[in-house]
Design a protein around this ligand. Structure first.
Ligand SMILES: [Zn+2]
Length: 483
């Protein structure tokens, strides 16, 4: 009897404290989901209310009781992550593929991209299209063309070198072109490999004055420390880092400058290839750990971020694109492109990988680990659609590889969410699941912190508040494969 009274009192007590039912007008409510904060990690039992494209409220699910007439998504057993970024893409690399890229990115949970080089009018028109359709396209940040020197690499001379770059022959041309890009409204600048030392320094200085970040490949006329000290904000693919980490780095630099002077005016792609063939293997064989540590300290001090694009840089040894699940993604590309990619990648299946290629890949993985340990910020990027990188799909492989290199799954997620938001000073608007940020979100069927491969188990994608359930995503993809 006594126990019954106690139970009765307990029920009364609970009823009194049970929150009242709430109606949120014009919202989408995701109830009882585990959210993942790129810094704090997993938070269980959350209710996330989305309104007017933004995250309106985030509650602990116990604190709130949603009335049945709300629009409710049951998040039980599911995981909510911020929308992903691919921080290295080229819309202009295959112009015929560009029209499919928005849908591909969204289908794979990529809600923002950073275009790292393409003809300015082309990428600007895509950025505008994305801005005018914010719920049907990823956010697009653009650099305009690669800023390159006299022997520009991407000069349009062949299919592998479409005209992604601009040839700048003098300091005057650099000044004029950077001013032009700034007035057009690019989000950052990209410096390329054939720039002279003086040209690079001028770009870095002008960018600083204009409040723009400069990313790039280390120009072959320079070493990493001087480029970082001059104001390089970030490095793509760790390109040419190995040349500066060699015990004979000074000698290699001298030789490079000689080759660049003698070969000035030669096709940039050829000149660059000659230098790689001459120096990359030598540099790796002469890798100097102390030198590398010294460089990493400078990169950390200057906050020169890294976009390793491991998925691209190790592609010729790892050959992920020959895996059936990777080739499966080719069916979403325009027919002629998909068939060509299938044929080309099949042909590469049995090709021998040179011992040096394998060694270089291991070096890249090791270097990513060191970069992470040195507290240098990383962003996930792929270089899609270069080298059979299916837009969207390939970003998930990059996340896997970042974990293989030594990042925790949470740190890997941060490279594709909060870090790129910070890079563009958008951390108050994007990059985590917090009130007032844009509702760019992905619902997963399994926990990505347990296995990073689970970022591919996409249940739904939300772009600026618009909800794409699995059925809608499959329709988008089906539509692409029908073309
Ligand atoms: Zn690129």
């Amino acid at each position: 009897m006594k126990n019954l009274v106690k139970l009765y009192i307990a029920i009364l007590f609970l009823a009194a404290y049970r929150p009242a039912e709430v109606v949120f007008e014009d919202t989408l409510c995701i109830e009882n989901i585990s959210t993942i904060d790129p810094e704090a990690g997993l938070i269980e039992n959350q209710t996330v209310i989305i309104k007017s494209g933004k995250i309106y409220k985030v509650f602990s699910s116990n604190e709130i009781r949603l009335a049945k007439n709300n629009k409710i998504i049951d998040g039980t057993g599911k995981y909510l992550i911020p929308g992903l970024w691919d921080a290295h893409v080229h819309f202009a690399y295959i112009e015929d593929l560009a029209p499919s890229m928005f849908a591909l990115f969204l289908s794979y949970g990529i809600t923002s991209v950073r275009d790292t080089g393409g003809e300015i009018e082309f990428v600007k028109s895509l950025k505008e299209k994305a801005m005018n359709n914010p719920t049907d396209a990823p956010r697009v940040m653009i650099a305009g063309p690669l800023l390159d020197g006299i022997s520009n690499v991407y000069d349009g001379s062949d299919n592998n070198h479409p005209p992604l770059s601009v040839r700048l022959a003098s300091l005057e041309e650099v000044a004029k072109y950077v001013n032009k890009l700034d007035s057009i409204g690019v989000d950052f600048l990209k410096a390329y490999e054939m720039l002279s030392l003086e040209q690079f320094i001028m770009i870095a200085q002008m960018a600083k004055e204009k409040g723009l970040k400069v990313t790039g490949h280390i120009p072959l006329s320079m070493d990493v420390i001087s480029a970082s000290n001059a104001g390089l904000s970030s490095m793509e693919h760790m390109r040419n880092l190995e040349l500066s980490c060699a015990s004979n780095a000074d000698e290699l630099l001298k030789q490079r400058r000689e080759i660049l002077t003698t070969g000035e005016g030669d096709p940039g792609s050829l000149l660059r290839l000659l230098i790689y063939q001459d120096q990359r293997e030598v540099a790796i064989q002469n890798y100097d750990k102390n030198k590398a540590n010294e460089i990493l300290q400078v990169l950390a001090k200057n906050q020169t971020w890294q976009i390793p694009t491991l998925v691209l840089s190790t592609a010729s040894s790892e050959k992920y694109f020959t895996y059936p699940e990777w080739q499966e993604s080719f069916k979403y590309l325009p027919d002629s492109i998909g068939q060509q990619w299938k044929k080309n990648t099949d042909a590469m299946k049995d090709g021998k990988v040179t011992p040096f290629r394998q060694q270089y890949s291991r070096w890249l993985f090791d270097m990513v680990k060191k970069i992470h340990q040195a507290d240098i910020d990383i962003m996930a990027g792929t270089d899609c659609p270069i080298f059979y990188m299916t837009p969207g799909y390939s970003l998930h492989q990059e996340l896997i590889m970042l974990v293989e290199a030594g990042l925790s799954p949470l740190d890997a997620l941060k490279t594709a969410t909060l870090n790129p938001a910070k890079y563009f000073n958008l951390e108050n608007e994007l990059g985590s699941i917090q009130e007032n940020k844009w509702a760019d979100l992905v619902i997963l069927d399994a926990n990505p912190l347990e296995d990073i491969r689970n970022t591919q188990r996409i249940n739904a994608v939300i772009k600026q508040g618009k909800y794409y359930d699995r059925k809608k995503i499959d329709q988008l993809l089906a539509h692409l494969s029908e073309k």
